[in-house]
Write a protein that binds this ligand. Sequence first.
Ligand code: FAD
Length: 474
Amino acid sequence: NIIEARKAQGESIENFSFDKSRCRVLSQNENIKTKCNGIIYWMNRDCRVQDNWALLFAQHLAVLQKSPLHVCFICKDAHRMYPTMRHFKFLLDGIKSVKKECDDLNIGFYLLNSTPEDLAQICIDNNIGGIICDFNPLRYTKELQERLLKNLPDDIAVVQVDAHNIVPVWEASNKQEGMAKFLRPKITKKLPEYLTGFPEVCKHKYSAKLHLDNEVKNINDAYELYRPTWEVAEVKWGEGPGSKAGLEMLHDFMVKNLQFYGVTSNDPSKNTTSKLSPWLHFGQISAQRCALEIKSVESLYKDQCEKFLEELIIRKELSDNYCLYNDNYDNINGAANWARETLTAHKKDKRSWIYTREQLEKAQTHDEMWNTAQLQAIHEGKIHGYMRMYWCKKILEWTESPEQAIEYALWLNDTFCLDGTDPNGYVGVMWSICGVHDQGWKEREIFGKIRYMVDYSLRRKYDMDAYCAKFGRT
Ligand code: FAD
């Protein structure tokens, strides 16, 4: 019972000792104004109320200042992070439950059709004492935060909290780590300090309405404002969007499939991974909560829990590490020298097949297994994790250059997969095409020393006919 577990933590919001290493001060000034009319949490990546260090810190500060707490979410220009209606709907449905939870806890929630400059003005107009924002290493979020900072007066502090990673990304390492084996010991050493329970976000004592112009009062109106140029239909699987649904997915996985993790989880014909990536991506569930729950059954399934936590913690946090410390996380310049050299040396190699982006998008290749993976993305908004590697590596084999392969793979991944536009996606594509976090392998055409995957090996290992029958063309 997760709610009871939170209460048993025994820390109240007033007296809990927030670990300040989860924060970075982004503004010049680091002091929250004492005479203020509220604290704002600018929610962006971590769209949940409970199990959210950024919201907990914001409430803690608001309580200390005896002032109201406001949560703001900016949906203007959201298409850069949520490229299609498929993504936007998942986001907004989750936001609806965030709003409801905030209402119940006497915390103001505002969906804003505003720019970061407008948010700065809102802070000035409402005498806000400080802004807490969450952390995302991607360019777009950094740009938004910089625009806010540029327009705020010096006396309003902006503090960022890493509410997504268990070990804050800047605490895990201060540089780009070349492989999982280098980051793993650093994270493992710090886990006892950071993998703690969460206090509960509780009913807030102080309330007031923000004065603002651009609030989207009825969340459903955001669909009208948004109007994606290119629609990809909503997908329905799992428990649906929102934190409650995410926790149910986690529970379901623990009951049904955790016991097979690492045994059948690579088999595309089985569907036994957790499928939690959309909920993690939208911040509707916290990786730390997942890790705590999984650890609670470690004595039953030691090996499986270990394997799952390797993906959920090490691999996932390695992606944030890469995107934070490498500005070229989405292009060939983000690859290591050996990988760039080998890809350049093989750039002119003859390709047996070259497909346009449109042919790839429509799953019109000669390879039934690849087409099935693409159809799974189109119809389900996801690709089985193991197939995702094969799917991406074949894009390198069937396009004109590695640069084009990266561009197409990212576009397809971000457009169709519900968990797209995520550091994990950038790293997944860069691992597949550019050998990021990998080593060199036996040299071959087109790939050079980049790891290769072959269709007959897939067929030898797994029942690929069953996979194609399940997700492919009928
Ligand atoms: P599980 O196996 O149940 O793992 C649990 C969680 O651990 C995942 O939800 C995810 O958060 C994390 N995780 C698992 N595998 C990885 C990994 N290899 N790297 C980093 N974190 C991992 N993941 C995304 O979240 N978004 C993406 O857009 C994305 N695009 C990818 C593109 C390519 C080409 C490749 C090769 C991988 C990509 N991945 C992406 C990583 C991985 O495939 C997915 O996280 C995983 O398949 C999601 O399914 P699941 O939740 O059932 O995973």
